[in-house]
Ligand binder design. Sequence first.
Ligand code: RFL
Ligand code: PHB
Length: 393
Amino acid sequence: MRTRTQIGIVGAGPAGLLLSHLLTQRGIDSVLIENRSRAYCEARQRAGVLEDGSVAVLRTAGLADRLDQEGIEHGGIYLQFAGERRHIDFRALTGRTVTVYAQTEVVKDLIARRLADAGEGAIQFSVTGTAVTGLESDEPVLHYTSQDGVRYEVTCDAIAGCDGFHGMCRPAIPAGVQSAVERDYPYAWLGILADVPPSTDELIYAHHPRGFALHSLRGPTVSRLYLQVDPDEDIGGWPDDRIWAELSERFALPGWELKPGPVLDKSITPMRSFVSAPMRYGRLFLAGDAAHIVPPTGAKGLNLALADVAHLAPALADLVHGKPDRADAYSATCLDRVWRSTHFSWWMTTMLHRTPGADEMEAQLQLSQLRYVTSSRAAATSLAENYTGLPLT
Ligand code: RFL
Ligand code: PHB
């Protein structure tokens, strides 16, 4: 079946969902397709920390009712190393905070709002055979087969590739047009979701000779914790009691205890930095993880995805109305922020993780950096400024 829309959007993650909402607010039609089911998208465990700027984007877009009720404002983090836990006070250093509100909840809110505003067909879930063609023309075409087996060809003014790192939009760009810069790290994160109140008031990032650990949370009764493991680690080798024992050891501090509880979800995530540029080819615009990946240590991936589409929505609205300037500036505008977050995430990652085979020099340099960042106001302010995020310009 042949149809037409103004903007075709591939991927109903945070980037694609927010983009379709922001376009609707500007009077622009879009078709949003997703190859997974709604239930899968709403349950996928991922990020948990929103920068002030991301909260502001969601609030301005009228999407923050539940976020404002259930999001937990955090004024800092703990850095733990060499048997000490030191606080970095974001509020005092920068006047800014972050909000703990799970990506699952952001996605649920966005999906509910799209369906309420535009009807049940607003998001085509469980599609197959996604393809994008005619990217060099002014009328690119989005192809897909709907859940009920109808093959669609949707002619668009532009297509937004919001289909994540493993999506098909970036690979649809001819070879040699883009440059990709990539680094794989020699470790991964084993993440658990646990039905137990957090043992901490703020996130703990722990450097330990056995490897990094992170204590985060999802609410007053649900904790989220991560352990550094080898990239080829078999999750089968990590029964729950082994995970809790390892976490207890890495977070150990006299007078403090980690409360264990039932594990609700368990997974291993590789760690990677990746930037593909430019974030545009002809009438295809990439946003979020489709264009860049950061290791999760800086809590930046979701925030970058939201920042990209906050720029992309007005750029596409202008483009549809024959004004290409903002669309032409889109990639360079976003890449500034992307590279700042890429650097910050790499810096946090390499400061906090145990590098397999690292010598004593590297271990001592990490500890020196940790002492510096927790004792110098200038260094702590730099961490706080990056963690809470650059203002959205
Ligand atoms: P997503 O969320 O991957 O969404 C892409 C969507 O596209 C769909 N798709 C397709 N649809 C149709 N046709 C196709 N051919 C398709 N191919 C793919 C996919 O099914 C999916 O629904 O990308 P988006 O929207 O760019 O959002 C990016 C974020 O999800 C990601 O950056 C963050 O989760 C990263 N991240 C974190 N970010 C933060 O800002 N703060 C954090 O605290 C944080 N913690 C994390 C994280 C990511 C993690 N993992 C698992 C990678 C912690 C972890 C463990
Ligand atoms: C999370 O809560 O999932 C989380 C928090 C901070 C990070 C990464 C993940 O740096």
